[in-house]
Write a protein that binds this ligand. Structure first.
Ligand SMILES: [Zn+2]
Length: 235
C-alpha cells in the first residue's frame, strides 16, 4: 500500500511541512509544523495522527507544534506524541525569543513542547506498517535528524510533488537542498559537522533517492553528488 507524502509550505520562512500517511492504516505523522497550524490540522483531519516529528527545533520547523497539539485537544481528538532529538530541546525553548528578534508574533511561533519521545537512540520510526530510518545528521543544528524511506511505494502530493522518478525517499530537513546545504551561521551550527553528516549519512544512500528538503524544490542524491558546489572534494 505504501505512503503518501503531502507537502505544504508554511511560515514566514517558506518551510516545507509534511503530512506522511501510511495508506494501509491511515495513520499520519506531521513533520515540521512550523506555522499555518489551522491548515495543517484541517488537512490531517481524515487521518489518525499519531505523531509530530521534528527534524530540528528552529522556529520555522517547530514554532507551530504547541498550537497544533492544542487544536487536537480542542476538537476532542487524541493529542499526537511529539518526537525529536534531545539536543534540540534548548533550541526549541528559544523560539518565542527568536520570533521577537525577527519582529514576528510569539503567539504565532511558540516554544516547542518537551518531547514525549526523544530520537537519540531510535533507529526506526514506525507509522502503521511503514518504517522510516532515523538518521542523525547534526551540523545545521546539534540534534538534527533526517528520515529515510527505503521502499518505492510512495506518492508525493501538494507542493513539490515531483518524485524525480526515484525509488527511495529522504525527508532531509535543513541538511541538503537543491544546489545547496543548510546554513551553519545560527547558534550551535557547525559547518564541518554538517558536511560530515551529509557525506556519511546522506550521500551513502542510493542515488535514486528523492530528497525532500525543508525549503525549496526536491532534488536527488545523484544530482547533488554530481553538481552541489558545497560538496566538492578539494584537490
Ligand atoms: Zn533550520
Amino acid at each position: 500500500m505504501g505512503i503518501q507524502v503531502k507537502t505544504v509550505i508554511v511560515s514566514d520562512f517558506e518551510q516545507n511541512a509534511r503530512l506522511v500517511i501510511d495508506q494501509a492504516s491511515q495513520q499520519c505523522m506531521i513533520i515540521d509544523p512550523g506555522a499555518n497550524t489551522d491548515h495543517l490540522f484541517e488537512l490531517s483531519d481524515p487521518y489518525d495522527v499519531t505523531m509530530i516529528v521534528l527534524t530540528h527545533c528552529h522556529i520555522d520547523h517547530a514554532g507551530g507544534v504547541k498550537h497544533l497539539r492544542q487544536l487536537f485537544k480542542e476538537h476532542g481528538k487524541k493529542e499526537p506524541s511529539v518526537l525529536y532529538h534531545s539536543q534540540e530541546i534548548i533550541i526549541g525553548e528559544y523560539i518565542e525569543t527568536i520570533a521577537l528578534q525577527y519582529g514576528l508574533s510569539p503567539t504565532r511561533y511558540q516554544n516547542a513542547p518537551s518531547p514525549d519521545e526523544i530520537l537519540d537512540n531510535k533507529d526506526v520510526i514506525e507509522l502503521g506498517d511503514s518504517r522510516f530510518k532515523c538518521l542523525f545528521t547534526p551540523g545545521h543544528s546539534p540534534g538534527h535528524v533526517a528520515l529515510y524511506y527505503e521502499n518505492d511505494d510512495f506518492l508525493l502530493e501538494g507542493k513539490h510533488a515531483d518524485d524525480k522518478q526515484c525509488n527511495h525517499l529522504l525527508i532531509a530537513g535543513d541538511t541538503l537542498f537543491y544546489g545547496s546545504i543548510g546554513r551553519t551561521d545560527l547558534p550551535m551550527g557547525n559547518h564541518e559537522q554538517l558536511l560530515e553528516s551529509i557525506r556519511t549519512q546522506l550521500l551513502v544512500l542510493p542515488e535514486d533517492t528523492v530528497v525532500c528538503s525543508g525549503h525549496g524544490p526536491n532534488t536527488t542524491i545523484r544530482h547533488e553528488k554530481l553538481t552541489n558546489p558545497f560538496l566538492e572534494v578539494p584537490d
